[in-house]
Design a protein around this ligand. Sequence first.
Ligand code: PMP
Length: 416
Amino acid sequence: MSSELWKEALRYFPGGVNSPVRAAVKPYPFYVSYGKGAYIYTEDGNSLIDYVLGYGPLILGHANEYVKEKVIEQIEKGWLFGIPSRVEIELAKKISLHMPSIEKIRFVNSGTEATMNAIRLARGYTKRDKILKFNGNYHGAHDYALVDAGSAASEFGVPNSEGIPEEVLKTVIVCEYNDLQCVEKKLKNEDVAAVIVEPVMGNMGVIPPEKDFLKGLREITSTYNTLLIFDEVITGFRLSMGGAQEYFGVTADLTTLGKIIGGGFPIGAFGGKREIMDMLTPSGKVFNAGTFNANPISMSAGLATLEVMERENVIEKTTYVAEKVTEELERIKYPHVINRVKNMFQIFFGVEKVSNATEARRAKKEVYLQFQINLMKNGVYFPPSQFESVFTSLAHYDDNIISDTILAIKKSSELS
Ligand code: PMP
């Protein structure tokens, strides 16, 4: 029973969990027993259509057969060597084929490591200390990213974490998302190594960039010789095979990836222009290393996932599901706004427009939570936090799953 497991968990883990958003499920987190396709099955014997999907990586759904086969094949051969293996080259080739701005890449183990290292690299390359980020953007859980951060940092009221030295905080400049004037002013007045941005904000709910925001960032950063880092941990291989860069037609100097490229196994990566990437150890003097970097299991799962995506038009299919689900969400009587970009979306209640984090924080979180709980009762799992994105998978591309979701939304829409 989940209730019993939760009691035990509270004894062993701070707040009962190993990553904060997992504690947001009310009245207490359910425990998952297993997942298959679009469904997760709980320790309490319930099944839920899963629209969280591990917070993004599982674009093929749970336990995809082809990915499973490839991972088992790799497990048979051994799972860790600390020595290069063929599959890391195959995955790198595939990524840079689809994302030509990634001429060279380094595989790490999480999105957090990806952005932490990309930021260090930008500093090393430009010989400048400051970075600029946006209010509500989430780039992982390291010191330089936990300033006005979204996702669980916002959900739990700590967009600025304690425990980060003042000296570090002074190097992080924050602008409001979609505010180019702020960026222009800051870059003009201070030496900034890099602007890091989520090209679609997926950590405050979903917030799309306004027309010309990304293009504007490209122009301003070029003018001041500041690097532009696209954090595509969510958007990479989600909005299009070439990520947000292809979708919006704007090229970054450095790109961070994670989630989908590991097919549900731990991964992060950062890549970009050859001359910048070659500053990394061992060819250069900006340090990065990792026991588990490019581990063959994550490489195999990621490669298998991208192969399925190439074969099966996954982005259009997952977008179709998102369109059908949001069409039904539109019918909810309680005033709301829905932000959707392709196959990622979120609903905000009690507001008319959400174009930055400040507006997202004004939405009625308690109504969202009520809706999310109603949905769970009706067999559908949406993120337990307003400040996460709803995702769809290939396994959701099924008339029954779509109609069951629509029915659950209808039954869950009595909100006060
Ligand atoms: N960047 C973005 C845009 C993310 O959404 C996340 C995680 N949700 C991260 C970085 C951090 O990735 P990880 O949780 O793998 O460290």
